[in-house]
Each structure stands twice: as structure tokens, then as C-alpha cells.
Design a protein around this ligand. Structure first.
Ligand code: GDP
Length: 457
């Protein structure tokens, strides 16, 4: 599994794995060939006798040179290969806060460890065959997940859901290649060669399954970034009120977006488990109407990137000429015309209004949220929770390449190219799938994945 030994992997590394700041507990991790020896140095009370594996011991941790008492820490020992990294690993649960963990880390460094690079523990786990690349990526995603839906995708990916599915496809491809080879190897034997139709069917089946996985990619990407919902409409249409009502009691991070003097406001919000980025461009438009006036690049960029545009019109009012101009100009398939201030007007909404809401009474808000989730995540929502989701461009690219190679194979066979010649396409498709799991991992791919990690992971 280990392709080329990483020279960095010879060192014993150490890092604080918990975030900086005030907190009850911090975790200092040490991994590598010298981890156990470093622990003996840090905890002279052991008299060289190591604690039992995977049992916690409260130990006095001292600086190896000055002998100064640094902390009383709960120490666990995970001898390789049965550890996260596959190497000897020591974990010290120290007191939290800013200084104590740093002093303990400094002690570990003085005893012979070097500071770990971002993601280096996980990288070692990968190189030692404890994880594959999709699992390493899932580890990162779990840290980043801010919505239950993304968390679900990540935890199942960590549980090898994606790996398993890709492996199934590879296996089916290998079978298809074997069928082709069978036709080549025994052309003169009594048994008739495998009918081409059987091979073509098998390849079509793999292609269809690859394609089905690829269909999760657009929504998978939204899980990562949040589906962007931009509120638009004339001044006083009720955009800002709706923005606030939607983020309401939901946990959200509201950020002012710089770019113009009148900034747009963006909030990350979870609706029914799914992540959204709400953008209120109200401030961009106080000077006038329509797209030109809101005109500023920022607004255009938001409208162009929007998954959904909520076009607000006060309930009971008809669309004015300028509303129609806006709708004409933007002409996005994803515009939802929202009748706001539903509490103010009795009677039915205007014909164009698709959904009526009141930011004051809350009427219609649940239906609106439901609609947003349905518009942005309907495919994912119809899948079982453990189904693999393609959340990364890296996976999508490799899958697409594989599907293209399968298409090339099918086209070649259709044009009477002998299957044994066309089967190079099957091998290429298999190779692309292989790259997803990462048993073959070029250094640049590893670099790209692990540079996104924090130190200590
Ligand atoms: P914006 O300019 O489009 O952002 O509109 P605002 O959200 O600032 O709202 C314009 C005015 O309409 C304000 O006076 C709000 O209090 C009022 N308003 C907004 N939403 C509602 C609503 O649902 N019901 C009622 N009764 N008034 C609303």
C-alpha cells in the first residue's frame, strides 16, 4: 500500500490537537518511532516502565531539561500498528487554556519530537494503510461540517461508503476486462468466445452506476459551500425582514460583505438539516431600481451565483414594471416569487406569487424553508442517509473521466473495433476509479488534500 516512503515520516511528530483558547482540556499528540521514549522522558515517575496500552494514567509531566513541573496530564498510549497513525502514539490530555498545552508541547519537542505539519497525523495514517484517501478527506469534512446533512455525508464516507461503492465499480470493470481477456486468450478452444453482448452489458451497467453517483455531485458540492439564496426585490419589499426571519432563531453567522459602500449581508444558516447561504442585497439597491442600478458588480455576481433567487413582492401588490424588467433581465430558472407581508393583505395573492409569507407572524416561513430545501437538495433527500455522496470536485472529475472512458469503449465496440483493443479504455476507467480511493496517490494530490488540514489532525 505504501508506494514511496515519505522522508518526513521518519521523524516523531507532536502537536496540540485541540483548538487554541480557554477550555477545560487540551490534547497533545505525539506519533512516531520515538514516541514512547519521549513519554518516558516527560514522565520520570514511570521509571522507564510504560503504562498499559489504551489505559489512561495520570502522570506528572516535566520539562526534560529543567525538570520543571508542566502539568498533571491523563496519558494514553497506543502502540503501533494499532493506533490512528499506525505508529506508536502517545496522547496527553492536559489542562486546557493557552499556555499549559504549549508548555507540554514544548517539553515533547525538547525531548526529541518535531512540530507536526498540517494534517500530518492523518497523512501518516494514510501512508500506513489505516485510511484511504476518501477517508482522510472525510476526516477533514467532519471537522468542517456545519450542517447535519454534510455531517451525515462525511461520517458515512469515513465509514467507507464511497470507497465501497467505488470498489464495487472497479470489481465489475475487472470482471468485464476478464471477459474480454477470456475472448482473447482462448480463441481456438472448443468453448465459444464470450458473446460481446455480455461484455457490453456489463460495461453499460458500470457506466450507469457511475453516472448515478455523479448525479449526487452538484448537490454534494452545495453541502460543502451551502446553497446560495439571494433576496431581491424593490426597496421596502420586505427583503431584510425576510432575511432576518429566515435566520431567526436558527444558529447563523452573519457577515457584512465588503465590496461596495452599501454592503450585502450574508448569513450561513441550516434549514431542515441542509446548509444555505442567505444573501440580502437590499443595501445595494437603495439608490434605484433594477439590475443596472443595483448594478454593482457585487450584486451581479451574487445573482449569477445564486442557487435560488427569492424575488420579494408585497402580497396583494401586482408586479410593477420594474419588477418585470428585473425578472426579464435575470431570467434565472431558479427565481421564486415570494409574496411578503402576508399579514397585511387579506385575500388571495397575485397570480405570479408562488408562496406567501409574513416575517411578522411567521406565516408561510416553514413552507418557504421546505421549498428551498426541496429546490436545492431534492436528490440527496431522496437517497438513504448512508448512500455515498460525491462532495468533492476531485471525486467528480475522476468519476467523469471513468464514465468517458467507458463511453469510449462502448463507442469503439460499436464501430467494430475488436474488444481486446478497446479494452484499454476499461483499464483507463479502472485507473480513474482507483485514484478516488487513493491507493495510487501522486504527491500533488496528497499535498492538495493535506494542506487543508489543521495542525494536530
Ligand atoms: P427591504 O427594503 O426590501 O429590505 O424591506 P424591509 O424588510 O426593510 O421592510 C420594509 C418595511 O416593510 C418595513 O417597515 C418592515 O417593517 C415592513 N415589513 C416587512 N415585512 C413585513 C411583514 O411580514 N409584515 C408586515 N406587517 N410588515 C413587514
Amino acid at each position: 500500500m505504501v508506494q514511496n516512503r515519505d522522508p518526513l515520516a521518519e521523524d516523531t511528530i507532536a502537536a496540540i490537537s485541540t483548538p487554541q483558547g480557554r477550555g477545560a482540556i487540551a490534547l497533545v499528540r505525539i506519533s512516531g518511532g520515538r514516541a514512547l521514549e519521549i513519554l518516558r522522558t516527560l514522565a520520570p515517575e514511570l521509571n522507564g516502565r510504560l503504562p498499559r496500552p489504551r489505559e489512561q494514567r495520570l502522570l506528572r509531566i516535566v520539562h526534560p531539561e529543567s525538570g520543571e513541573l508542566l502539568d498533571n496530564a491523563l496519558v494514553s498510549l497506543f502502540p503501533g500498528p494499532n493506533s490512528f497513525t499506525g505508529e506508536d502514539t502517545v496522547e496527553l490530555a492536559t489542562h486546557g487554556g493557552v499556555l499549559t498545552p504549549q508548555l507540554v508541547l514544548a517539553g515533547a519537542l525538547a525531548a526529541g519530537a518535531r512540530p507536526a505539519l498540517p494534517g500530518e497525523f492523518t497523512r501518516r495514517a494514510l501512508l500506513n494503510g489505516k485510511l484511504d484517501l476518501t477517508q482522510a478527506e472525510a476526516t477533514l469534512d467532519l471537522i468542517d461540517a456545519a450542517s447535519p446533512a454534510f455531517h451525515r455525508a462525511a461520517i458515512h464516507q469515513l465509514d467507507r461508503s464511497l470507497t465501497r461503492r467505488v470498489e464495487e465499480l472497479r470489481e465489475a470493470l475487472l470482471n468485464a476486462e476478464a471477459l474480454v481477456a477470456y475472448g482473447i486468450d482462448f480463441p481456438d478452444e472448443d468453448e465459444p468466445p464470450v458473446p460481446q453482448a455480455r461484455i457490453v452489458d456489463a460495461v453499460r451497467e458500470v457506466r450507469a452506476r457511475g453516472e448515478r453517483m455523479l448525479r449526487t455531485a452538484p448537490e454534494g458540492a452545495l453541502l460543502r459551500d451551502g446553497a446560495m439564496v439571494v433576496l431581491a426585490g424593490r426597496p421596502n419589499a420586505g427583503k431584510s425582514s425576510l432575511f432576518n426571519a429566515l435566520i431567526g432563531r436558527e444558529r447563523s453567522i452573519v457577515t457584512e460583505i465588503p465590496g461596495t459602500t452599501r454592503d450585502a449581508v450574508e448569513a450561513e444558516v441550516v434549514l431542515d438539516d441542509y446548509p444555505f447561504r442567505l444573501v440580502d442585497t437590499a443595501g445595494l439597491r437603495d439608490t434605484g431600481d433594477r439590475v443596472e442600478a443595483m448594478g454593482v458588480e457585487v450584486a451581479r455576481r451574487y445573482l449569477a451565483g445564486a442557487e435560488i433567487i427569492l424575488y420579494c413582492v408585497a402580497s396583494g401588490e401586482s408586479l410593477a414594471a420594474e419588477d418585470r424588467r428585473f425578472l426579464e433581465e435575470v431570467r434565472s430558472p431558479s427565481i421564486l416569487i415570494v409574496g411578503t407581508k402576508a399579514d397585511q393583505r387579506a385575500g388571495p395573492s397575485e397570480g405570479e406569487v408562488e408562496i406567501s409569507v409574513s416575517s411578522v407572524t411567521g406565516e408561510g416561513l416553514e413552507a418557504l424553508k421546505e421549498r428551498l430545501v426541496q429546490l436545492s437538495f431534492s436528490n440527496l433527500r431522496s437517497e438513504p442517509p448512508e448512500a455515498p455522496v460525491v462532495t468533492r470536485e476531485r471525486h467528480a472529475r475522476a468519476l467523469r473521466r471513468a464514465v468517458e472512458e467507458l463511453d469510449a469503449f462502448l463507442a469503439a465496440v460499436e464501430q467494430q473495433v475488436p474488444a481486446e483493443l478497446a479494452s484499454t479504455h476499461l483499464a483507463a476507467a479502472g485507473h480513474s476509479l482507483h485514484e478516488i480511493i487513493g491507493t495510487i496517490h501522486p504527491d500533488d494530490v496528497l499535498g492538495a488534500v493535506f494542506s487543508q488540514f489543521c495542525v494536530g489532525k
